[in-house]
Design a protein. Structure first.
Length: 504
């Protein structure tokens, strides 16, 4: 067994893992599939959205198309792990900090495969090194065509970009690395390192700060690969809000990488439940979820209920910054955050926006908001104003009402099915108890049912024995049901006659 690291060294390594980074663009359209094995059949995927042009207001179709290597296939969730480890060594290498322009011309990041293995907590064996090699092949084979996804602020126009994720890989295989390391030590040189060169688009994203903190210790503790995907995706969504609602198919196909041919909501829910259960059982984000299903649609609402001191501090800072951005002085903004709940502040902001759209703000929105925030009690809300929180509550109540209706309908259908099954069983017992003469008489009565009689005669004429048997069974069953009802009607009629006879 290897030497156990000192406690201080282990603590330092855990702190190193907790300060990982994640690139946010690729979280919106998962390049990796959901299956453990590489998908060699899906050659490309397209995701389309429609938005308004910020200048002209015209409708703009924005598309994001991803193609995969025909030989290596679509990346897997395990390849995501390697990608996360590469982002960590990229952060460590300083490429996510401000760097000179010449460094960006060749955005190389040096690493050793053992370094990636250690970050991910994988066993130090040949299978792990092969997994890194395979991941680089598949990630390197990804090509993205983004139409109308980049906005050129100088020209005030959307532009298209076509790019890969990794441009170049310089990788030592395990045996070759050990030989090169032995030679370097003998010659007194630095140890050899592998490297990757990120594409220009990825390097630009790092420099623009389009990255977020990722706790790799938590990430690698998750057993289910879809739980790791959700952990990354929801981390971006919960950055500045506690709730996130998304269509179930969009989540599964676009964010988690499930096959787009699977559209059944029940099946998709079944697929993601183990991941949701793991995240919730481990208390990550204080996560809860709720499905909101209707005819032909299904959404899922994620809620983060985490309320640690750190989370409260971050939330308070975020609200303060938002108020300052809206024109409130820093001192007044800080005082408002201390005095009021975030829900009260959010509703006051929405109130001001509502009044502004109605043309009732006399001076400035910032001035009106500052006055509202200084009041102990919230101002009376204008007629027609509904806060986003109230809309969410109404939507939730409507969803619960729909759920109750669906439950009642399902219970009614179940009762009807049970009654039908009991009737069929009683009918079959009735038919089995008939003598041949009684059966012949019953068949004659059944043939007189006009609807079935017509089909009965047509089946005889066509010589269709199978259809004839179906018609006979249906006609007999309908006749039996009708005759079962007659005694009930007769009994009811007799009861009414008795009631009439005893009236004074």
């Amino acid at each position: 067994m290897g030497r156990t690291p000192a406690v201080t060294a282990q603590d330092e390594f855990l702190e190193y893992l907790r300060s990982g980074r994640d690139e946010m663009n690729l979280l919106e359209h998962s390049i990796s599939g959901a299956d453990k094995k590489p998908d060699l059949t899906t050659r490309s995927l397209s995701f389309v959205t429609h938005e308004r042009h910020p200048e002209s207001g015209e409708a703009v179709e924005r598309s994001w198309k991803v193609t995969f290597s025909a030989e290596y296939g679509r990346p897997t969730p395990k390849d995501d792990d390697v990608f996360v480890a590469l982002l960590k060594v990229t952060q460590q290498g300083g490429l996510m900090d401000a760097v000179p322009a010449e460094r960006l011309q060749k955005p190389q990041v040096h690493f050793s495969s053992y370094q990636l293995v250690r970050i991910l907590g994988w066993p130090d064996n040949g299978a792990s090194y092969q997994a890194i090699d395979d991941a680089l092949n598949r990630i390197g084979g990804v090509w993205i065509v983004a139409k109308n996804y980049w906005y050129d602020n100088a020209e005030k126009e959307y532009v298209d970009r076509k790019f890969g994720i990794i441009d170049d890989v310089y990788l030592y295989e395990r045996d070759k690395y050990h030989r090169a390391l032995k030679k370097a030590r003998a010659e007194g040189r630095e140890k050899p390192l592998s490297w990757i060169r990120w594409s220009d688009v990825m390097a630009e994203s790092f420099q623009a700060g389009y990255v977020r903190k990722l706790d790799i210790e938590v990430y690698r503790s998750l057993q289910h690969p879809i739980a790791r995907k959700l952990y990354r995706y929801l981390g971006k969504q919960f950055w500045n809000r506690p709730k996130h609602r998304i269509d179930l198919q969009t989540l599964c196909h676009e964010k988690l990488g499930y096959q787009t041919r699977e559209t059944r909501h029940a099946r998709l829910r079944e697929k993601i439940m183990p991941a949701l259960e793991e995240l919730e059982a481990k208390g990550i984000y204080g996560l809860t979820h709720q499905f909101d299903a209707g005819y032909g649609r299904c959404q899922i609402l994620f809620t983060s209920t985490r309320r640690t001191d750190k989370a409260r501090g971050t939330a308070g800072c975020s609200v303060t910054q938002q108020l300052v951005a809206l024109g409130i002085g820093p001192t007044d903004a800080a005082a408002a955050v201390q005095r009021h709940s975030s829900a009260r502040i959010a509703e006051d902001i929405e109130h001001v926006e509502f009044e502004a759209k109605s043309g009732r703000v006399k001076s400035s929105k910032a001035g009106m908001l500052a006055t509202m925030l200084k009041a102990t009690e919230p101002w009376p809300r204008p007629q027609g104003f509904i806060s986003s929180a109230e809309r969410e509550r109404k939507k939730q109540a409507a969803a619960e009402g729909d759920a109750r209706k669906r439950k009642l309908a399902a219970e009614r259908e179940a009762r009807e099915r049970e009654a039908e099954e009991r009737n069929l069983q009683a009918f079959h017992e009735f038919m089995a108890a008939l003598t041949d003469v009684e059966r012949a008489e019953f068949d004659e009565r059944a043939k007189r049912v006009f609807f079935y009689g017509e089909h009965y005669r047509k089946a005889i004429k066509a010589g269709d024995a199978e259809k004839l048997a179906r018609c006979r069974h249906s006609a007999c069953y309908a006749t039996w049901l009708d005759e079962q009802k007659k005694p009930q009607l007769q009994t009811s009629s007799e009861a009414r006659e008795v009631q009439k006879s005893i009236r004074f």
